[in-house]
Design a protein around this ligand. Structure first.
Ligand code: DGJ
Length: 810
């Protein structure tokens, strides 16, 4: 819903309002962004408008006709350097004369009934047939609003230098999301260099806000960091070439008192997979500025006369209902307006991935053995990971040589695929198309196709080099090579990996004054390749991956509906990593596997139950050697998979709520992250829900626990059940002697025989009650084991224990 009157622009979504106005100087003053408010005419916004009578202290006057305006102390829709605003700029340009001052003032606006598509990158979209902006009945009645107003474009111009800046605002009414992006047009006769062009800017009249980022590294992605931003600035950015695990482009700004369910929370993200930048600055005058866009570090774009440059699209939301409220807006938006294609709303298959079972050491015999075992437990898709091509036996060779290793797979891909399909499984494959090893026929033939400085020693990562995707011939090679692979067998799934960060960034053959464009051109090239291949192979379920979660972002999600979230499959780490992702991304995009124990990344052992419970809240897969497992473990996995299939609609596409979160305490804000993680996923009709409670470490003599579901219908009567377990007597060690008439040596033959034949019943929990009682009172669980006797009335809950709960309308 977009309205314009007397220089005011007001954008309403279902529950939020965004407003700005054009000042007499021509600059756009930001007025408001937050919960929905009423603005019917210009005078209704007077209270939001900042009052100016003089410029403060030694700040500068914008111009002699408006002596009261100093840009340094104003809330602006965008800012530039040179006319008094010394905070984070939105746009920075080096003009043909070497000057860097910009002065964009209001020129014109248009309101469009259709979203304008970006011309070089993917953007958010409205699914065909969906009404962009449902009618606001009140506004309609006043005749002030049309239902088809979806996009506002406001143009500003710097006449002196002949440049135009267009700001695009698109409204995703139902999800309370607004997107913003910018386009710079060179209307002059001179070439200029863009040093930065941000996607969005938000100036708030507060200085007491918390900026939350999600940082990490390989195997420990998405750790939430909260900072109270004081005067000065905090920057979250990536300079790795990808959106990176070091700093995800999703960030939050909230009040100090905001918690999961209460309090103001803004969420921001970018539809972009390369170097990004999010700055949160508090000025000395007590205003907070947020900008996000392409990282200006390492960026310089030569813009010739009549050319234009577009920024990636940013999307943001506001919720007064805490982090969960904000996350749910983000989830709905990503599901409806980012993810696309045949798999968008389709239930995702349970897969087995060969990586941790075999690593590079694969053969047709081993793969078929694994596939057979997978079929027996109910797995639907078999994925052959790395090691199937060229002469790849480790990570030192063959990337680039996308032909089958006949020693490992004598009959080729199609023969393996046919055999796997004959077992009743679909077949998927791993590729890493953006990379080459020096030890490859491809590199030998095309030494100039990689990003590197000729003649200078190259700093490699994982023994590989990054292909120069800025070049069309390289893009064409990838499209061609992958087309051959994907059509050489009946492939239903592709895991698209990308395992290194960039170094020695230099495009061989590109002129010196265009080397600053390489990072961004790489991403544009990548999008062309991904766009072409997903169009050619619409049936394939693509999964993004970059050494785990090194490129988990909304740009990738425009092509691939799910992403491998982390190479860390340890359940304790994963529960934190997945909680981290859940702030900005829906669980249907988060791929999660059950692996073997001790875990390959941490050497920690957690129960099979906990590994499943955590992975089940993402898109479930298994990544372990089923062939080495005993009958008992296989039976447990079979039961897990059949349960998951029954509930996966809710788990993959329900509304996700965080309860308590496990972690350390946050000293800055005094938040206590506890010993428990609590998740709930609720079906759209709120008639079904799945919950999970996981504990980190046992504290003796603290047996009481309750699970607090969220999102239920308070007026519906539900049943609540846990998943009943069978407990292995070995778990109790030599406590077995407290009930045994004869002495049993711990771990001895008798102990093992008893363990094989005698299973102890885990606690059963089954209660009925109304949604409001469940949510507000919590569901009191049976007491946890605490040094005394064990029976079905006691919850076996050791270190890293968890339970999964099912709630259904009666
Ligand atoms: C990194 C990925 O994250 C892993 O899952 C696996 O596919 C390896 N690459 C294979 O080289």
């Amino acid at each position: 819903m977009i309205r314009h009157f007397d220089g005011f622009f007001v954008i309403d979504t279902k529950n939020t309002t965004y407003a700005f106005k054009i000042l007499p100087t021509g600059q756009p003053e930001h007025l408001y962004y937050g919960r929905r408010i009423t603005i019917e005419e210009a005078s209704d916004a007077d209270c939001l408008t900042e009052k100016h009578a003089f410029v403060p202290g030694n700040t500068n006057v914008y111009d002699s006709e408006h002596m009261q305006y100093s840009l340094e102390d104003m809330r602006l829709e965008f800012s530039s350097y040179g006319k008094g605003d010394i905070r984070e700029p939105f746009v920075e340009i080096t003009h043909h004369d070497g000057g860097r001052t910009c002065d964009f003032v209001y020129d014109s606006f248009e309101i469009n009934a259709k979203k304008t598509e970006l011309s070089t990158m993917p953007g958010a979209y409205f699914p065909e047939g969906e009404k962009a902006s449902p009618a606001d009945l009140n506004a309609d009645a006043r005749g002030e609003s049309k239902t088809d107003e979806v996009e506002l474009v406001v143009t500003f111009s710097d006449e002196f230098y002949g440049l135009k800046l267009k700001l695009f605002y698109d409204v995703f009414y139902d999800t309370d999301v607004i997107t913003r992006r910018s386009v710079l047009i060179n209307d002059s006769e001179n070439t200029v260099f863009i040093d930065r062009l941000m996607s969005s800017q938000l100036d708030l009249n507060r200085d007491d806000l918390v900026f939350s980022t999600f940082t990490g590294a390989w195997a420990r992605e998405m750790k939430r960091e909260d900072m109270i931003v004081k005067r000065g600035k905090f920057i979250n950015s990536s300079y790795t070439g990808t959106s990176s695990s070091r700093a995800n482009p999703f960030v939050m700004i909230s009040g100090k008192d905001t918690d999961e369910d209460r309090g103001d929370c803004y969420g921001f993200n970018l539809i972009y997979s390369g170097n990004h930048y999010e700055a949160c600055e508090v000025s000395v005058y007590g205003k907070t500025r947020f900008v996000n866009g392409i990282n200006p570090n390492g960026f310089s774009w030569k813009l010739e006369p009549a050319q234009s440059f577009e920024s990636p699209e940013a999307f943001f939301t506001f919720s007064p209902d805490g982090y969960n409220g904000m996350s749910q807006n983000m989830h709905a938006f990503i599901r409806r307006h980012i993810v696309r294609g045949e798999w968008k709303n389709r239930v995702r298959p349970v897969l087995i991935n060969s990586w941790e079972a075999n690593y590079f050491n694969i053969s047709e015999r081993k793969l078929l053995g694994l596939a057979k075992a997978a079929k027996d437990v109910g797995i639907e898709l078999f994925v052959m990971d790395d090691g199937w091509f060229g002469h790849r036996n480790d990570d030192s060779s063959s990337l680039g040589d996308w032909f089958v290793n006949k020693e490992k797979l004598p009959g080729g891909l199609s023969s393996l695929c046919d055999k796997i399909k004959a077992l009743g499984l679909n077949f998927g494959i791993w590729v890493e198309p953006e990379m080459v090893n020096k030890d490859s026929l491809y590199f030998e033939a095309h030494p100039d196709h990689t990003l590197e400085i000729p003649g200078k020693a190259h700093s490699e990562g994982r023994n590989q080099r990054v292909l120069d995707l800025t070049k069309q011939e390289v893009q064409d090679y990838i499209i061609d090579a992958m087309t051959k692979v994907f059509s050489s067998a009946d492939i239903s799934y592709v895991k698209w990996d990308m395992n290194r960060t960039f170094t020695d960034v230099f495009s061989q053959g590109a002129p010196a004054d265009r080397q600053g464009e390489i990072f961004h051109r790489y991403i544009l090239g990548l999008y062309r390749v991904m766009g072409e291949l997903t169009t050619r192979f619409p049936h394939i379920l693509f999964e993004g991956c970059a050494a785990g979660g090194n490129r988990f972002d909304a740009g990738i999600l425009c092509y691939f509906p799910q992403i491998w979230a982390s190479d860390d499959t340890d359940a304790l780490c994963r529960v934190k990593i997945q909680t981290g992702y859940s702030y900005g991304y829906p669980m249907s995009t988060v791929s999660a596997h059950v692996s073997s124990c001790p875990n390959h990344q941490t050497l920690r052992s957690t129960s099979l139950e906990t590994r499943f419970n955590v992975a089940a809240f993402g898109v479930l897969g298994y990544e372990c050697n089923l062939c080495d497992m005993g009958a008992e473990e296989l039976a447990a996995i079979k039961a897990q998979i059949s349960l998951y299939k029954e509930w996966r609609n809710v788990l993959q596409f329900g509304t996700f709520y965080r309860g308590r979160s496990l972690g350390s305490s946050d000293e800055v804000l005094g938040h206590e992250f506890g010993n428990m993680t609590e998740w709930t996923c609720v079906s759209d009709d709120r008639e079904k829900a799945v919950g999970m409670l996981m504990q980190k470490l046992v504290t003796p003599n603290t047996q009481f626990a309750a699970y607090f579901p969220k999102g239920l219908n308070p007026k519906i009567k539900y049943t609540f059940k846990n998943r009943k377990l069978k407990i292995n007597v070995m778990e109790f060690g030599d406590l077995v002697n407290t009930v045994s008439p004869v002495h049993i040596k711990q771990g001895g033959i008798t102990h093992n025989i008893i363990a094989r034949f005698v299973k102890m019943d885990g606690e059963g929990e089954e209660y009925t009650g109304y949604g409001d009682a469940f949510m507000h009172g919590g569901i009191s669980l049976k007491p946890g084991f605490s040094g005394t006797g064990y029976s079905e009335e006691v919850r076996f809950f050791n270190d890293f224990a968890s339970r999964i709960y099912f709630i259904e309308k009666i």
